[in-house]
Design a protein around this ligand. Structure first.
Ligand code: IMP
Ligand code: MG
Length: 190
């Protein structure tokens, strides 16, 4: 298990407020529709679970799994679909829900693949956007927070599978300071 020193970037209350705001915007934009929300596993599961409870339009939910970072904090250059959808997107209003967008390759690849399957409309939503790190052109329709630096964990986001359970979004402090290492949760300061 990875150990790290963490500090809170977005508190649970701040996240809750932002997710509610996103839910309201999405509800307005999809009024009278029956969108299919596509969550990208694993990171988006907490965000998606909260987001759908702020929607007042009926929805369906499905998931895809894409090859991820593994144990590294660096963005992978190749993106692979390792679990496909079970619901057809053809003719549907599709909203892809992602935890965080970094280089943009993961989301861009998935949007390209889904577009080929003939949805009625195709949009994307992410909780966190590292916009300045973009390596491919990509506009995201609904963004929770923009962020500039660092690697974050919590609220579904992991570092080598650890820290997904933290209720706040925390920045991993990467300095090599072994004496300050801690178990998940212990280093979280508000
Ligand atoms: P991209 O393809 O470079 O945009 O990478 C997006 C994916 O990388 C996200 O779905 C996350 O799984 C992962 N990722 C990027 N930045 C972070 C981070 O700060 N914390 C945790 N995962 C991240
Ligand atoms: Mg992800």
């Amino acid at each position: 298990m990875k150990k790290a020193k963490l500090h809170v970037l977005h508190s649970r209350d701040e996240i809750a407020e932002r997710v509610r705001w996103l839910g309201e915007r999405i509800s307005q934009d999809y009024e009278g529709r029956f969108p299919l929300l596509v969550g990208i596993l694993k990171g988006s599961f907490v965000f998606l679970a909260d987001l759908i409870r702020h929607l007042d339009v009926p929805v369906e939910v499905d998931f895809v799994r894409l090859a991820s970072y593994g144990d590294s904090m660096e963005s992978s250059k190749e993106v692979r679909l390792t679990k496909d959808l079970e619901i057809s997107v053809e003719g549907r209003d599709v909203l892809v829900v992602e935890d965080i967008v970094d280089s943009g390759r993961t989301l861009k690849e998935l949007l390209g693949e889904l577009a080929r399957r003939g949805p009625r409309s195709l949009r994307s939503c992410c909780l966190l956007d590292k916009r300045h790190r973009r390596e491919v052109p990509l506009e995201i329709d609904y963004v929770g927070f923009e962020m500039n630096e660092g690697f974050v964990v919590g609220y579904g986001l992991d570092w080598a599978e650890s820290y997904r359970h933290l209720p706040d979004i925390c920045v991993v402090e990467t300095e090599e300071t072994p004496s300050e290492e801690c178990e998940p949760g212990e280093g979280v300061k508000s």
